[in-house]
Write a protein that binds this ligand. Structure first.
Ligand code: SAH
Length: 373
């Protein structure tokens, strides 16, 4: 039997207030619940001692607070931790914790698998199974804090959250946006908007919509300086080419009064790593609020690509910087446990029918109409 009760982790505070009101309760109870959940890490209603007994009974009957279940946990030699989390009996997704001095980043997933089909990403090879719910997205952060030894009042175990795990977050807009609201809420996780980053392969219409809904930091997987190459690497480019994508980026920054967009650029040997391509990249971005993050390619079984040589990466970096664009190289972390960028595979049984070899088209893009929960 499926559980009809609502998992409260998926509800931003205004929606929780509404939910309580509909049941004849007082809206301020939402503040109390948020406090118990996100400040104290309490998930059992019976332990929430300042809630009236009748209200707790009602909560027990109609709601629950459930975290994703851990299938496996792996610790890398560099302190990176990867968890495989259960989506259902056969499906799993992954989450990675990356400590780095004062900074500690949690990389979370938004979907089980991915339908974007980027040729250099191992998640793409798995196919797409389903969207994660808002509660499963928030639940990853909640669970990671617990695993890291969360104590009440101490919500700084994780300094940054990046939606860079499995999946395309903007293809799961209706669950990702409410989850971001809970993460940003001052009595939720209280992350500042600059410490929450959403990374997209470039779903342009959803980027405009995102600008209306939230103001988190934006990262965009660019990976090539021209449409011909980008369309090969990131198939969504055939639908939304680079010029359109960049317009959407600058619009986002204008609307959000943001600092800059981070452009991710995976370094593939002999494919996109020449000095001429670096100069072309700099020409595209110069004068705009942009920085480039070069990601050395992380190999996976069956891939045709190789990581660019270190000299090629530093020469590329030099050319981008000389071209007047800020750039850095992402340090590879957790690769001994396959926890690095593009190595998250979980356990996915492809449920889509649109994977037609060369004709594959990105699917599972939910329609943009309709209101958010
Ligand atoms: N779907 C979103 C979120 C994934 S983020 C997006 O495309 O942005 C993960 C980042 O790692 C993306 O920039 C992605 O392009 C990059 N990546 C994917 N596979 C990789 C690999 N094998 N090696 C290095 N980076 C990879």
């Amino acid at each position: 039997m499926t559980d009809k009760r609502v998992n409260l982790l998926g509800l931003p505070r205004p929606q929780l207030e509404e939910w309580i009101l509909e049941r004849g309760g007082k809206p301020f109870r939402a503040r109390q619940l948020f406090h118990w959940l996100y400040r104290r890490g309490v998930t059992q209603f019976d332990e929430m001692t300042d809630l009236a007994k009748a209200f707790r009974d009602q909560l027990n009957a109609e709601a629950h607070v459930s975290l994703p279940q851990i299938v496996t946990r792996q610790n890398a030699t560099d302190g990176t931790i990867k968890w495989m989390l259960r989506a259902d009996d056969t499906q799993a997704f992954e989450m990675v914790y990356i400590p780095d001095g004062m900074r500690s980043t949690l990389c979370i997933s938004s979907q089980v698998g991915c339908a974007m089909d980027c040729t250099f990403c191992s998640t793409a090879q798995q196919g797409f199974n389903r969207n994660l719910t808002a509660a499963e997205i928030v639940g990853q952060v909640f669970l990671a804090q617990q695993e890291l030894g969360f104590q009440a009042g101490d919500n700084r175990l994780i300094s940054n959250v990046v939606l860079m795990g499995m999946g395309e977050p903007l293809a799961n807009f209706r669950n990702v946006v409410p989850a971001l609201r809970v993460l940003l809420d001052e009595i939720g996780f209280d992350f500042s908007r600059r410490r929450l980053t959403l990374s997209t392969s470039g779903l342009v219409p959803q980027m405009y919509k995102l600008a209306e809904e939230t103001n988190v930091a934006l990262a965009v997987s660019l990976h090539a300086p021209d449409d011909e190459l980008r369309s090969q690497l990131v198939p969504i480019n055939r639908l939304h080419p680079i010029a359109e994508l960049l317009q959407a980026c600058w619009h986002y920054i204008d609307e959000q009064n943001g600092r800059s967009v981070t452009f991710e650029y995976v370094m593939l040997d002999g494919v996109n790593d020449s000095p001429a391509q670096a100069r072309a990249l700099a020409r595209l971005l110069k004068g705009h609020p942009a920085k480039v993050n070069l990601i050395p390619f992380n190999p996976f079984p069956g891939t045709q690509y190789r990581r660019s040589r270190p000299e090629a990466i530093s020469a590329f970096l030099d050319q981008v910087l000389k071209g007047g664009v800020m750039a850095t190289v992402r340090r590879t972390r957790g690769d001994d446990i396959d926890a690095a960028c593009g190595q998250l595979v979980g356990r996915v049984i492809d449920r889509t029918t649109a994977r037609l070899g060369a004709k594959r088209i990105p699917i599972a893009l939910e329609p943009l109409s309709g209101s958010l929960p």
